[in-house]
Design a protein around this ligand. Structure first.
Ligand SMILES: Cc1cc2nc3c(=O)[nH]c(=O)nc-3n(C[C@H](O)[C@H](O)[C@H](O)COP(=O)(O)O)c2cc1C
Length: 205
């Protein structure tokens, strides 16, 4: 059996930020369970916002027409068994880098109508290339409370996304840390992240 592929999507601009360290712990856990891990550092990538042209919704086969780093990322996401989203909380939700990426994943879904088998009727379709993949989430935030910090908003967004695209939420790891790298002192959280990596590797489709 080929090893499971996990894509880690890092949404922090800090190279050794808290969510990034948690993501690295996830990666270690996943590799220890035999998975192949690839990391996308969104802040270093040329990813433009969705322009709502809806070209990707013209047919099941149509991809996003924006010519940037996402062009290459779509096929890697399609090939992945599991996706780990790692983000700091900025202004009570995910970072801007992460939100741009998530919006552009619209191109991996097709919401529309197709001719029926006999060509006479149309049927409503929701197709998504993210369906069946396992999702994991790690978040870091400055406030000590997940509600006050806004982490719950981000959690809700990821849960809704997973439900909408038919993915299974394997686990969420979130906690408070302010200065870059501070989270490394939180052994319990780092170990939860490591275990999430193992679960994503074991659990991947
Ligand atoms: C622009 C900006 C906005 C932030 N907004 C919030 C916030 O709304 N709630 C919160 O608890 N912390 C907030 N923080 C603190 C970060 O979430 C916290 O430092 C986090 O650990 C950063 O993660 P990172 O090191 O992975 O980038 C903010 C930090 C920045 C730079």
């Amino acid at each position: 059996m080929s090893s499971r592929k996990i894509i880690i999507v890092e949404g922090s601009p800090r190279p050794s930020g808290n969510s990034t360290l948690l993501a690295r712990a996830v990666a270690s856990g996943a590799r220890s369970a035999g998975a192949e891990v690839e990391t996308l550092q969104l802040h270093k990538m040329d990813i433009r916002p969705c322009n709502a042209c809806d070209a990707c919704q013209e047919s099941l086969e149509k991809d996003c027409i924006i010519d940037d780093a996402m062009k290459d990322v779509y096929s890697r996401l399609r090939a992945a068994d599991a996706i780990l989203y790692a983000s700091p909380i900025y202004w009570f939700t995910v970072s801007g880098q992460m939100k741009l990426f998530m919006d552009r994943c619209y191109a991996l879904t097709f919401l529309g109508t197709l001719p029926g088998i006999d060509g006479s009727e149309t049927v409503e379709v929701l197709h998504t290339d993210l369906g069946g993949k396992k999702f994991g989430v790690v978040l870091s935030y400055g406030d000590i409370d997940p509600y006050v910090s806004g982490a719950v908003n981000a959690i809700r967004t990821f849960q809704d996304m997973a439900r909408f695209v038919g993915s299974e939420m394997t686990g969420l790891v979130y906690g408070s840390a302010v200065a870059p790298g501070e989270v490394a002192e939180n052994n319990a959280l780092m170990s939860q992240a490591y275990d999430l990596g193992k679960a994503l590797a074991a659990d991947a489709r």
